[in-house]
Design a protein around this ligand. Structure first.
Ligand code: LMR
Length: 333
């Protein structure tokens, strides 16, 4: 075992130095910084594959939208051919064109916290939600956490009550129709923008606010362009690891099964990185003293929940009522 590991490390070194060419190359494209939970998980995945499948598979990571943004990567993935594959972990909200069922992750106040999310993604229901993606050319390999989302805003007042405090404000959202409906029912105006344009849009006043997990607000410096952050924890930001289904099917079976093992290990690592970043990045933002962090009272949170209640009813048919019922049953609320 030890010898195999040493051989793996030597081969990984030779592959990285370009002296030995791996049989397959996988480019891992993502949009966030390498220090975020997704960035760290992508690197862990790459390092583990490069060591254990040295000489056979080489993974290269491209962070910060260097290679593709999230919408483009899924198109590129579906068209990829040959022995070079593309892998990505776009946020669940970016799958709207590929899966109506995956929209459930965007619903406001469906999950009371990360534990609720894990109940769902660790259940057989998750598998039934992602399996149809294969018909669209994408093979799902697992869910990765980031965290619950909070709202930030520029201006004299924090967001406390809905819809009063959202009126007349513009919010950047991801490409999710549920997010658009949520912002409207909260009283604001949604604007869909790619992640890499958010900092500039906030800085130039194209939008007043945005919603995201702490690690993205910290690593992309959104807090520097915002005055307030309301700890709303209103919905989940998580990722689905996907690869081209065609590339995946054509891999030798032993490589595929080793990659499956590694993706399971990476999912657990991602949870650990996310939990750490959630606490540490919030703390760093608080210490920077730019955007002030506002906890909502139970009554304020209830006003957000009341205001957004109709979003689930609006999307129930698209998502599928039986699925929604099963999820409510699983979560117990
Ligand atoms: C966003 O677009 O706000 C996020 O989904 C980016 C990411 O991948 O975390």
């Amino acid at each position: 075992m030890k010898i195999l590991r040493i051989v793996g490390i030597i081969l990984a070194g030779l592959c990285l130095s370009g002296l030995v060419q791996a049989e397959y190359t996988i480019k891992f494209s993502h949009v966030v910084s390498p220090h975020t939970p997704k960035g760290q998980a992508a690197q862990f995945f790459a390092d583990t594959v490069n060591e254990r499948l040295a000489g056979r598979v080489k993974v290269e990571v491209f962070p910060n939208s260097q290679l593709y943004n999230d919408n483009k990567v899924m198109e590129a993935m579906r068209l990829s051919k040959g022995k070079t594959g593309l892998i990505a972990a776009p946020s669940l909200s970016k799958f709207v064109k590929f899966s109506r069922q995956l929209q459930i992750f965007d619903l406001p106040f469906l999950f009371d916290g990360i534990k609720d999310v894990h109940k769902l993604v660790d259940s057989p229901l998750a598998q039934s939600i992602t399996a149809p993606l294969e018909r669209k050319g994408l093979k799902a390999l697992g869910f990765w956490d980031n965290g619950m989302k909070v709202f930030s805003i520029k201006g004299p007042q924090p967001l406390r009550n809905a819809p009063a405090d959202f009126k007349g404000k513009k919010f950047r959202i991801q490409s999710s129709n549920i997010h658009a409906a949520m912002i409207k029912t909260l009283g604001g105006t949604p604007q869909k923008l790619p992640f890499k344009e958010v900092y500039t849009a906030l800085g130039q006043g194209v939008v007043d606010g945005q919603e995201n997990a702490w690690s993205n607000i910290y690593s992309k410096k959104f807090f520097e362009a915002q005055d307030w952050i309301s700890v709303s924890n209103h919905s989940y930001l998580g990722y689905l690891l996907v690869v081209s289904a065609d590339f995946w099917r054509k891999l030798p079976a032993d490589i595929r099964s080793e990659l499956e093992v590694i993706t399971k290990e990476t999912m657990l690592k991602a949870r650990q990185y996310a939990a750490e970043a959630d606490r540490a990045d919030r703390e760093k933002i608080a210490q920077a003293g730019q955007a002030k962090i506002v906890e909502l009272t139970a009554e304020e949170r209830a006003s957000w929940r009341r205001a957004t209640q109709k979003v689930e009813a609006e999307f129930a048919r698209q998502i599928g009522k039986p699925l929604l019922n099963q999820i409510h049953q699983l979560l117990g609320h």
